[in-house]
Design a protein around this ligand. Structure first.
Ligand code: PRP
Length: 183
């Protein structure tokens, strides 16, 4: 375990098992889709989850990438997610699958939903690795959530604190003293 972590809450095996479940859920949902759905990776946090879920799916999907950020180097959401990098393709009349690492305040999910439906997406489905309902500021929820987490600072498997810890293969809780100066 990394020295700056208090504990590991989800190990590689637990994550891999839920990735399979999420992929199977998506396969079932889109098995009769008329057109190939677009899976959207919300960079950077969802990068590993996105790759693992889409590779575990049997249903063909197109892949696209977007970078939305509202945290910067802070542990608190600015409440105003902004687009740093937009999609390559139009989502008009397409089934959009948003693949997120975490739904926390809900600002990012809310913004993405408004944006995709505003651009004419036929449907909008959200799969998230983590759900942190205790921090929700907007009444939004994912269609499929792999794990519910408590109000702790979680990092690893894509999730960062000030860009660190993203490449840990597991998810752990960051020691409070690492981020407390930012509270
Ligand atoms: C994180 C995470 C989600 C979003 C969820 O992104 O990847 O996209 O916050 O939080 P919310 O529900 O409070 O909006 P962040 O802005 O930290 O960018 P990153 O993915 O590049 O780390």
């Amino acid at each position: 375990m990394h020295n700056n972590l208090e504990k590991i809450i989800l190990n590689e095996e637990q994550i891999a098992a839920k990735v399979k479940e999420a992929a199977a859920w998506l396969d079932n949902k889109f098995k009769d889709a008329q057109y190939t759905p677009i899976a959207i990776c919300v960079l950077k946090g969802s990068v590993f989850f996105f790759c693992d879920v889409t590779r575990a799916m049997q249903t063909p999907v197109h892949l696209d990438f977007m970078r939305v950020s509202s945290y910067g180097n802070s542990s608190k959401s600015s409440g105003m997610p902004h687009i740093i990098m937009d999609l390559s393709y139009s989502v008009q009349d397409r089934d959009v699958i948003l693949i997120e690492d975490i739904v926390d305040s809900g600002y990012t999910l809310s913004k993405m939903k408004e944006l995709m439906l505003g651009r004419g997406a036929k449907s909008f489905t959200v799969v998230t690795l983590l759900n942190k309902p205790s921090r929700r500021k907007l009444p939004v929820k994912a269609d499929f959530s792999c794990f519910e987490v408590a109000n702790e600072f979680v990092v690893g498997y894509g999730l960062d604190y000030a860009e660190q810890y993203r490449n840990l293969p597991y998810i752990g809780v960051l020691k409070r003293e690492i981020y407390e100066t930012d509270k």
